[in-house]
Design a protein around this ligand. Structure first.
Ligand SMILES: NC(=O)c1ccc[n+]([C@@H]2O[C@H](COP(=O)([O-])OP(=O)(O)OC[C@H]3O[C@@H](n4cnc5c(N)ncnc54)[C@H](O)[C@@H]3O)[C@@H](O)[C@H]2O)c1
Ligand SMILES: [Zn+2]
Length: 357
């Protein structure tokens, strides 16, 4: 497999996303941005797997590395963990010419990016994502954040990385449930943007589930290209970028009312895409065959497609707190055709009840 490079073009701070199946291209992908010192942030699981490879490459470039290891899991995306990273950065004497590298999933990426964006008003940041979700979604686009006990991702900013390096081989150790979670976001790109990718997914989803390398490389490259295109047009989510939230209005609502413990993010987004497509079906925006295709793909990706016993009242309550909402109405991203979605803020509440019954 050749090293694939995708450019994310922005008025300022354009950067490259590199996709490879090993670590050989890492040095040239990050050399320019490392500076004198690096803080490598990772979690305790990823540390055992890939830290050795990455630190030896950084050291061979003559760069001093401080390793900062956080506990795995969403609870680490907190101001408390951020503070401990600032302390470690200060102790290691990181300065404005130093850099922070995130090696891990979306938790490590969002947290390390937030610290990089605020330490000394911002130092260079590099993403080396190791989960499928992070490789197709969270490492690209510059949303960085930590959680507040009252709300997820509520303390954050837009802060683009200088470089993203994806080694798809890291996915070989990823637990199946985490792989499926990333598949939900991957399937999402087909529905929001790319009819041809949907056809490709129909024919190749089994190969993806077997983690066949060329299928993975193709799909990850498609997703990163689509995300780069959308973020390139609307970096700060003034409009278009909101379409990346297909499945997320219901998905975030489900995560919230189940205390973030019943579903992974991708599982909630999978269910969200189904129920939002059903809303679109009832509104006459799409036909049943689109909903069937979505369900078939999600089933093939070993994601849930049904929920029982949802309290619709609390779900609507939770959805009305969504960050996307403006002036009181719930915003939905709904499919209007294969590979097409639109933004709606006038969905009839009675319809929402009907779909969940
Ligand atoms: N910034 C964005 O645009 C954006 C987009 C989507 C999601 N997110 C955020 O991403 C987070 C979720 O990220 P995630 O799903 O990657 O979860 P995660 O970072 O918690 O990783 C999942 C688990 O997999 C382990 N792991 C990571 N790589 C591995 C590998 N190669 N082999 C074996 N185990 C590995 C981790 O240690 C962890 O236990 C959430 O906090 C969410 O808010 C951010
Ligand atoms: Zn998501």
């Amino acid at each position: 497999m050749e090293l694939i490079t995708i450019n994310l073009d922005l008025p300022q701070d354009s950067y490259a996303i590199h996709i490879s199946h090993d670590w050989q291209g890492l040095e040239s992908a990050i050399r320019t941005y490392l500076g004198n010192k690096v803080m490598l942030v990772t979690d305790e699981n990823v540390k055992e797997l890939f830290v050795h490879n990455v630190t030896s490459i950084i050291s061979s470039m003559g760069c001093e590395t401080t390793l900062a290891i956080i506990q795995a899991g969403e609870n680490s995306k907190s101001l408390g963990t951020a503070e401990s990273l600032y302390t470690q950065a200060l102790n290691a004497k990181l300065d404005r010419s130093s850099s922070i590298i995130a090696l891990g999933g979306g938790v490590v990426g969002d947290l390390a990016g937030f610290v990089a964006s605020t330490y000394m008003r911002g130092i260079n940041f590099i993403q080396i994502p190791t989960t499928l979700l992070a490789q197709v979604d969270s490492s690209v686009g510059g949303k960085v954040a930590v959680n507040h006990p009252l709300a997820k991702n509520i303390i954050g900013s837009f802060y683009q990385p200088k470089s993203v390096y994806i080694n798809i081989n890291t996915l070989s150790t990823l637990p199946d449930r985490q792989f499926s979670t990333g598949m939900a976001e991957l399937i999402k790109y087909g529905f929001i943007w790319d009819k041809e990718f949907l056809v490709w997914l129909e024919n190749n989803i089994e190969r993806l589930m077997k983690k066949e390398k060329d299928a993975l490389a193709y799909a990850i490259q498609r997703c990163c290209t689509i995300k780069a295109e959308i973020v390139g047009q609307d970096e700060k989510e003034k409009g278009l970028r909101a379409i990346l939230n297909f499945g997320h209005t219901v998905g975030h609502g489900l995560e919230s009312i189940t205390g973030y413990s019943q579903f992974t993010h991708g599982e909630a987004v999978a269910l969200g895409m189904i129920y939002e497509s059903l809303i679109a079906l009832h509104m006459g925006l799409v036909d049943q065959s689109l909903v069937n295709l979505l369900i078939d793909l999600l089933k093939a990706a070993k994601l849930p497609t049904k929920i029982a016993g949802i309290d619709v009242e609390s779900l609507i309550q939770a959805m009305s707190l969504d960050k996307k909402n403006k002036s009181g109405s719930i915003v939905f991203i709904l499919p209007t055709d294969y590979g097409k979605v639109d933004i709606f803020n006038d969905v009839d509440q009675k319809l929402i009840y009907k779909v969940f019954k």
